[in-house]
Design a protein. Structure first.
Length: 305
């Protein structure tokens, strides 16, 4: 129905990328099991929940960047935004929560890495991720990145690192490296939502197609050359361009893509905000009860005297 039947198994499933992601999962289970027992025996065992989160994050990232969703992202802008949402709004916090603190401590214990600590300032990471994400969705930038393979790989890699840096401030897996209080985390999440809104609004409220990658057959064929084998121009002899696969008009596809991105952002940030708020409320309530208990004990002791 979406046209995937016209592509080969290799084009749909990217076997090399699959094996790379599978190797990362195997490495994770080695570090979480035999390596921990040998090098950090005092560290608590990795939980089933953490292991499940890592596998889930790896599968989602593979689907978005190497599986059928990645190919669909070249055919429809809506799927492209689904992939962006998975890769930079959903996968990073899942992976951060799945990797135990002892692995992060071992990974960043090198002295030269500690010198990069300034790069992890919350304001810097906030601005960096949202600036890169918004800049990418400027039409001329998007089309350039999508049609230049090396630039595409580098930009996506930098954006992924920036996403992890941003999410680290919110779901920091190492307690002693946590820079923000719960209240500041709530403000941080809110600021993220505000800074991402202009890019989504630009896409949602534009009544004309902005991205040549999804409405210009020549540009589309060049971009498709990175995920299909053979001469990409041969696609134009078999298909009329992206319109052959798209279920909607380009402008409608573009608007739906912007809505998908905004909805995912709102759901993710809303869920994170709710979690942080209840965690903060529970902690504050527990602290208040402890203070009342201590005051009551002191009063009783005074009365006894």
């Amino acid at each position: 129905m979406l046209g995937l039947q016209y592509f080969t198994f290799e084009e749909l499933w990217s076997p090399m990328f699959f094996f790379f992601m599978a190797a990362l999962v195997i490495l994770y289970f080695y570090l979480a099991g035999p390596w921990r027992e040998k090098h950090v025996p005092e560290a608590p065992p990795v939980t089933v929940m953490q292991k499940s989160l890592f596998v889930t994050g790896a599968v989602l990232y593979y689907m978005a960047q190497g599986g059928p969703l990645e190919l669909l992202g070249h055919l429809m802008f809506t799927f492209h935004m689904v992939n962006m949402s998975l890769s930079y709004l959903i996968v990073p916090p899942i992976i951060l929560l799945s990797i135990p603190a002892f692995i992060w401590r071992s990974l960043f214990r090198a002295a030269f890495l500690k010198k990069l600590n300034l790069l992890m300032h919350p304001i810097f990471t906030l601005v960096l991720f949202n600036m890169l994400f918004s800049f990418y969705h400027v039409p001329v930038v998007h089309d350039y990145v999508m049609t230049h393979f090396l630039v595409h790989r580098i930009f996506y890699g930098v954006l992924l690192v920036a996403a992890f840096m941003m999410w680290w401030q919110i779901v920091c897996p190492v307690p002693e490296w946590n820079r923000l209080t719960d209240v500041r985390k709530m403000a941080y999440v809110f600021a993220n939502g505000v800074m991402l809104t202009p890019a989504c609004a630009l896409i949602i409220f534009s009544s004309t197609p902005m991205y040549a990658t999804y409405n210009d057959p020549e540009v589309w064929a060049k971009a498709m050359g990175y995920c299909v084998s053979g001469d990409p121009k041969a696609l134009l002899s078999s298909f009329s361009g992206p319109s052959f696969f798209n279920l909607m008009e380009p402008a409608e596809d573009q608007q739906l893509g912007g809505i998908v991105m905004k909805l995912v952002q709102e759901v993710m940030y809303g869920a994170i905000l709710a979690y942080i708020f209840f965690h903060w409320y529970k902690k504050e309530h527990a602290d208040t009860e402890d203070e009342l208990t201590d005051a009551g004990s002191a009063g009783a002791a005074g009365a006894g005297v």
